[in-house]
Design a protein around this ligand. Structure first.
Ligand code: LMR
Length: 396
C-alpha cells in the first residue's frame, strides 16, 4: 500500500526547529518558528494562563465531550475581542462561529465549508503568504492563486499592483487577507488601504477571508482589529480564522476560532449548522482545555487586565528588539539599510536577503530562519543581537 509514497522534505518552518536542536554550536540563534521568547530565550506560560489553569483545575467536574461548536463562553469572548463589543454584525445575529483546533483548524474547516458552497472556489492569497496557508486551504480541494503584495526590492507593500489584481478577480472568489502583523513580511495595510480594499470587495463581489493570528502584537488589541472590524461592517459576507496561539501563548493547546458573517440572521443559522457538520466530519469536536482557559481569562476582569498587560509587554519588547537589531546592523556597517524593520509589525520581518544568504547564515553562523528571509523578531535578545547583526552584515 505505502510503497509508492515518496519521502517528503521537512516542513519549511517546523523543520528548522529540528535542525536547530541538532546544531551543537553554543552560539546558535533560533529565529525560525513563530513563538514568542523572553530575554532568556524561554517561552513561559503567561501568568494569566497559569491563574486560569488553577481556576479550571478547581472547578472542572467532568471530561465529558463538548460539542462540535465548542464552548459558547469562549466563542462569545473571542467574537467580542475580534469584532468589538457592540459590533453591528453581532447585534444583528449575523455571525456563525465554532471553536477550532488552533488557527490551522479554523482555516481548514473554513476552506472545507467554502468547498461545500462551491467546489470551483478560487482563493487568492498574498505573495508571499504564510507557507502553511497553501496546504491548509489547497488540500481542501480549492484552487489557489496569488495577488502581488510585497516588494522585496523596496521592502514595502505593492498596493497599486495588489488592487489592480483584486479588481480583476471573479465575483464569488475568496481573498485571504492577514488581519494584522502579516506573516511572513510584517508589512500591514494602512487604515486607508483597508478602506480601499473593503470598497473593492463590495464593487467586485469577492469574499474577504481574514486570518488574524497575532492580534495585540502589532499596535494593540483594539488597533490590530481595525481591518477585520471595518470589513465586517462593510461587506455582506466574510469569513474569519483566529488563533489564540500567540497572544495567549497557548500554542500546543490548539485554540482558535472560525467565524462566518452571513448576509442575514436566518442564513446564519443554516451556516452554523453547516460549519458544525464540517467540524464533526473532520475531528468531531475541538480540544476543550485551551478554550476553557481563554473563556476564563476573557470573562474575568482581573485576569483580562493581567492578560492585556502581558500582551502589551510582549508587543513592546518586540518593538524594542526591532530597533536593537536595526541599530546593531548599522553599527556593524551593514551595506544595506535595514531601517524598514522598524516599520514592520508583529513577530516577523523579512530581511529581504536571498535564500543563498539565508543558508550561508545557517551553515556558517548557526543562525536559523526561513529561506524566504523571514525572521522571528522575538528570538533576538540583548545577548545574541551583536553576533546576529555581525553575521548578517557578513553575508551581504
Ligand atoms: C509560524 O509561522 O512560524 C507559526 O505560525 C508556526 C507554524 O505553524 O508555522
Amino acid at each position: 500500500m505505502f510503497e509508492n509514497l515518496p519521502a517528503l522534505a521537512s516542513d519549511p518552518i517546523l523543520g528548522l526547529s529540528i535542525d536547530f536542536k541538532k546544531d551543537t554550536n553554543p552560539a546558535k540563534i533560533d529565529l525560525g518558528v513563530g513563538v514568542y521568547k523572553d530575554e532568556q530565550g524561554n517561552t513561559p506560560i503567561l501568568k494569566s494562563v497559569v491563574a486560569a489553569q488553577k481556576q479550571l483545575m478547581e472547578t472542572e467536574t467532568s471530561k465529558v465531550y463538548i460539542t462540535p461548536q465548542g464552548v459558547q463562553g469562549f466563542i462569545d469572548g473571542m467574537l467580542d475581542l475580534i469584532l468589538g463589543k457592540g459590533s453591528q454584525v453581532l447585534l444583528a445575529n449575523r455571525v456563525a462561529a465554532v471553536q477550532a483546533p488552533g488557527g490551522c483548524g479554523a482555516l481548514r474547516i473554513l476552506a472545507e465549508l467554502l468547498k461545500r458552497c462551491n467546489s470551483d472556489t478560487k482563493v487568492w492569497v498574498s505573495d508571499p503568504t504564510w507557507a502553511n496557508h497553501i496546504p491548509l486551504i489547497g488540500n481542501a480541494g480549492l484552487e489557489i492563486a496569488t495577488y502581488p503584495y510585497f516588494d522585496k526590492a523596496t521592502a514595502s507593500i505593492k498596493f497599486d499592483e495588489m488592487m489592480d489584481c483584486l479588481a480583476q478577480v471573479k465575483k464569488g472568489d475568496v481573498v485571504l487577507l492577514h488581519g494584522c502583523c502579516h506573516n511572513p513580511t510584517g508589512a500591514d495595510l494602512t487604515k486607508e488601504q483597508w478602506q480601499a480594499v473593503a470598497k473593492l470587495a463590495n464593487k467586485v463581489g469577492f469574499l474577504p477571508f481574514i486570518d488574524i493570528a497575532y492580534q495585540g502584537f502589532g499596535e494593540g488589541l483594539e488597533e490590530d482589529a481595525y481591518g477585520v472590524r471595518l470589513m465586517a461592517e462593510s461587506v455582506p459576507e466574510m469569513i474569519i480564522a483566529a488563533s489564540c496561539s500567540k497572544n495567549f501563548g497557548l500554542y500546543r493547546e490548539r485554540v482558535g476560532l472560525a467565524a462566518l458573517i452571513t448576509h442575514d440572521s436566518a442564513n446564519r443559522d443554516i451556516v452554523q449548522s453547516q460549519i458544525q457538520s464540517v467540524a464533526r466530519g473532520i475531528y468531531s469536536m475541538p480540544p476543550s482545555y485551551g478554550g476553557a482557559l481563554v473563556d476564563i481569562i476573557l470573562a474575568n476582569d482581573d485576569l483580562n487586565s493581567l492578560w492585556q498587560r502581558e500582551v502589551t509587554e510582549m508587543r513592546e519588547r518586540m518593538i524594542q528588539l526591532r530597533k536593537l537589531l536595526v541599530d546593531n546592523l548599522a553599527a556593524q556597517g551593514a551595506s544595506k539599510d535595514f531601517s524598514f524593520i522598524n516599520q514592520q509589525k508583529g513577530m516577523f520581518s523579512f530581511l529581504c536577503i536571498s535564500p543563498e544568504q539565508v543558508r550561508k547564515l545557517r551553515d556558517e553562523s548557526s543562525v536559523y530562519f526561513v529561506d524566504s528571509s523571514r525572521v522571528n523578531i522575538a528570538g533576538i535578545n540583548t545577548k545574541n543581537v551583536e553576533v546576529l547583526a555581525a553575521a548578517i552584515a557578513g553575508v551581504l
